[in-house]
Design a protein around this ligand. Structure first.
Ligand code: FE2
Length: 246
């Protein structure tokens, strides 16, 4: 049903304030040799270890120990990730100095995804998170094979669903490519679309945290409240999470 617009004297002038931006950084290295070495290192670990299950649906998720892998390719990638993080941090705030740029704690893990693997929506508990693509199987050439990294818009702005029933259509999708690194705030919800290729898809995910940064979200305030009032149960919960690797 068409509704006539309100007469102009009734409609005040509109000033729209599009608030906030979410920084998602993309870096790219053209270094097939590094990716070949990482691929071999990952497959060697996978053959010795059943891995863990976290947000992954199918596929192999290594223990969260990539930060300790001693292979030269793993050391090289860790250095590159920290250099990329510094580049991003200085872009966002040029006042930062050595206190902020060094001393980052990294926890990282490798993922191997065969056909059908996906990652359910989730967020991470650190400050910055990232993913580096070692091998994208066939998905970089064929869009229909899926495997996209999707960042979810959870601001809760109402979206029209009568004509477009997908309420997630404001999400931003990125197509993985070998050699690409994405860095994003750990609080940003994301998922990985089901991958439909036959060749294995491999990535390494990172969590980066630093005592000089805070994560100003309500979850953290709630956690602080819980820690203050229920220290014993919170310690037990953390112990259990560490044991389960989540
Ligand atoms: Fe993730």
């Amino acid at each position: 049903m068409a509704v006539a617009p309100l007469p102009s004297p009734v409609t005040p002038a509109l000033t729209l304030h599009p608030l906030y931006t979410v920084p998602v950084a993309e870096f790219r290295w053209a270094d097939p040799e590094l990716n070949r070495a990482l691929r071999e290192a990952i497959l060697a670990r996978q053959s010795q270890d059943p891995g863990v299950r976290v947000s992954n649906r199918g596929g192999w998720h290594s223990r969260k120990d990539f930060q300790d892998w001693q292979e030269p390719c793993a050391r090289e990638l860790r250095q590159r990730v920290l250099a990329a993080l510094n580049r991003l941090l200085l872009e966002l705030d040029p006042r930062l100095d050595g206190r902020h740029l060094s001393g980052w704690r990294m926890v990282a893990w490798a993922n191997v995804s065969p056909k059908g693997a996906a990652n359910a929506p989730h967020q991470h508990s650190s400050h910055w998170s990232g993913v580096y693509y070692v091998d994208c199987g066939e998905a970089s050439q064929r869009e229909e094979l899926g495997g996209e990294l999707v960042f979810e818009n959870d601001f809760g702005v109402p979206v029209e669903i009568l004509s477009h029933p997908d309420p997630y259509r404001t999400d931003r999708r990125f197509r993985p490519e070998a050699g690409k690194l994405y860095l994003f705030p750990s609080s940003l919800f994301h998922r990985v679309e089901p991958y439909g290729g036959d060749a294995l898809r491999m990535s390494i995910a990172f969590d980066l945290s630093h005592p000089g940064f805070a994560r100003p979200d309500r979850t953290e305030s709630r956690d602080n409240w819980r820690w203050k009032n229920f220290r014993g149960p919170m310690r037990a919960l953390r112990w259990l999470q560490e044991r389960l690797g989540i």
